[in-house]
Design a protein around this ligand. Structure first.
Ligand code: G1P
Length: 289
């Protein structure tokens, strides 16, 4: 049974100010769909049914996004436009839990707050800033690995050396195609100290024994309580796997990454692809730019 998934969405989103002064960064749209909805849809398509948000003051729009809005529904019905909310309606019935992180003590601390809602079950974590376009949803790929090996699984991809300090970096020995047993893991190392260029991407399946370890985790990189450090402690107790997922990952949490994400999603969508291609070709051909 693996049906609970945690979305840490308490971050302030300083990189997107002033847009994020009043609007949660997870509501910023990639074309016409908020970033968070991509992550929630991916989770639903991967068989998750209980959605746990670790949220913060000022993030109320996230909660409202996944709840019915009778006035809007009636308006759309009257104008025969209800289909515009297709894909969102199905979530009105689902089980959403919102937990307030009152102090910004880090990603690991945010996850520790989910303990009561998760209980004694394996669970997933998804970081909505990491948008992953894949034929098989990446969370479903991780679920398959978890179901085969019955141990915690962390998503990985290779990154260029200069990007190493932005990520959790791991290394270990391969036990199957794309699957390795993590032997070393370090949060945001300098490139010279990194054990590899294998970077943790924001998708995890963990077991509930992570919670007591999170409680014992002290401040790590960036003076925050890091999930990575608790996973290192978990690795001393049980096997933790790394998995190289199939798909294209975009970092929608930075302004440049956001632009890249928009363009790629526009190139994937049948209704925007031709226009975007034409525009990019025109721009590339125009020497004035
Ligand atoms: C978090 C994790 C880091 C991981 C990254 C992936 O960092 O702590 O290990 O590589 O997500 O996006 P953050 O980006 O929140 O600083």
């Amino acid at each position: 049974m693996l049906k609970k998934i945690v979305f840490p969405v308490a971050g302030v989103g300083t990189r997107f100010l002033p847009a994020t002064k009043e609007v949660p960064k997870e509501i910023l749209p990639i074309i016409d769909k908020p970033l968070i909805q991509y992550a929630v849809e991916e989770a639903a398509q991967s068989g998750f049914a209980d959605f746990i948000f670790i949220t913060a003051l000022g993030k109320e729009a996230l909660e409202r996004h996944f709840a019915p809005n009778p006035e809007l529904d009636n308006f759309l019905k009257r104008h025969r436009k209800s289909h515009l909310l297709d894909g969102l309606h199905e979530f009105y019935q689902k089980n959403f839990t919102y937990i307030r992180q009152e102090q910004a003590l880090g990603f690991g601390h945010a996850i520790s707050l989910a303990q009561g809602a998760v209980g004694n079950e394996a669970f997933a974590i998804s970081l909505p800033d990491d948008l992953i376009l894949a034929e098989k949803p990446v969370m479903a790929q991780l679920r398959a690995v978890y179901e085969k090996y019955r141990c915690p699984v962390v998503a990985f991809m290779e990154v260029p050396r200069h990007d190493i300090p932005r990520y959790g970096i791991g290394a270990g020995k391969f036990i199957a195609d794309k699957v390795f047993e993590i032997e070393q893991l370090v949060e945001k190392p300098v490139a010279a100290d990194a054990p590899s260029n294998f970077a943790v991407i924001g998708r995890y399946i963990l077991t509930p024994d992570i919670f007591p370890l999170l409680k014992n985790t002290t401040h790590g990189a960036g003076a925050e309580i890091q999930l990575t450090d608790a996973i290192v402690a978990l690795m001393k107790k049980r096997r933790v796997l790394g998995y190289f997922f199939s798909g294209q990952r975009f970092d929608a949490g930075t302004t440049l990454g956001y632009i890249e994400t928009l363009i790629h999603v526009a190139l994937q969508r049948p209704d925007t692809r031709a226009f975007t291609l034409r525009l990019l070709r025109q721009l590339a051909a125009d020497e004035k730019i």
